[in-house]
Design a protein around this ligand. Structure first.
Ligand code: BEZ
Length: 235
């Protein structure tokens, strides 16, 4: 009979499940070690595989940009520490891809041979694979709350500009008490106020502040890109 894997699926708004783990940068106590900072916890299926290699090179080359937005990166796969170390060394010493070369992965990569962490985070999805983690992405805020979860299958490499957009949109929503519309990019109009805290229709239609109302339930206002980034990014 096929072995049943006990998997929990954390949800948006939950406390990030706690764990201690060994990583390529030493031991971590998660999410405790990241209090006061955003953290993106992400999994990949396996070391020494092509899609994962392209992803690690891309994410590592953008790490400084995420750090500037007060966000740390933490990776995970069900491989062991020595495999992680050998793979990251190969990436640095041998792989040149899309203009990226000598890429050093400085963020921690968790070893999870027991699958303890990946099962806690719903990263093992047996319909896709029961021996490899899917490409999961958890955005965790400075209080340790899960704010966004995105899953991709094994065959699909992630869009890291989109992950950066999500991070900036979450921080902008928090900082300005607004919501962000479809395809929002910093500098685009934002939605005000967020759903569930509406002012009166009259206030909105009278053109309060700098608002543009498409109807009583749908108003936007501008926030300049410079204001978004000067509020969010580290000085
Ligand atoms: C890859 O990263 O290339 C990969 C890993 C597992 C399954 C399929 C592709």
């Amino acid at each position: 009979m096929e072995e049943q894997i006990q998997i929990s699926m954390p949800r948006i708004g939950d406390n990030a499940p706690a764990f201690k783990a060994v990583t390529t940068q030493g031991e971590i106590n998660f999410p405790q070690d990241y209090r006061g900072e955003w953290v993106i916890l992400f999994s990949h299926p396996a070391d020494f595989t092509p899609v994962c290699t392209s992803e690690f090179m891309t994410f590592a080359s953008m790490e400084e940009k995420f750090n500037q937005a007060n966000c740390k990166l933490v990776g995970l796969s069900v491989d062991g520490l020595y495999s992680h170390i050998a793979w990251l060394r190969t990436i640095k010493e041998k792989i040149e891809y899309k203009g990226m070369k000598e890429i050093e992965v400085k963020f921690p990569l968790i070893e999870d041979i027991t699958m303890e962490v990946s099962k806690k985070y719903g990263m093992i999805q047996p319909g896709e694979s029961s021996t490899k983690a899917v490409r999961a992405v958890f955005f965790i805020d400075p209080k340790g709350i899960i704010r966004t979860i995105i899953y991709y299958p094994l065959s699909l490499g992630r869009n890291f500009e989109e992950l950066y957009r999500v991070l900036i949109a979450l921080q902008t929503a928090d900082a300005f008490s607004i919501a962000t519309p479809a395809d929002w990019q910093p500098g685009d109009d934002v939605i005000v106020p967020p759903a569930g805290s509406c002012g009166t229709a009259k206030d909105r239609m009278e053109g309060k502040e700098d608002m543009k109302c498409y109807d009583w339930f749908f108003c936007t206002k501008p926030i300049e890109k410079e204001k978004v980034f000067s509020t969010i990014l580290k000085k």
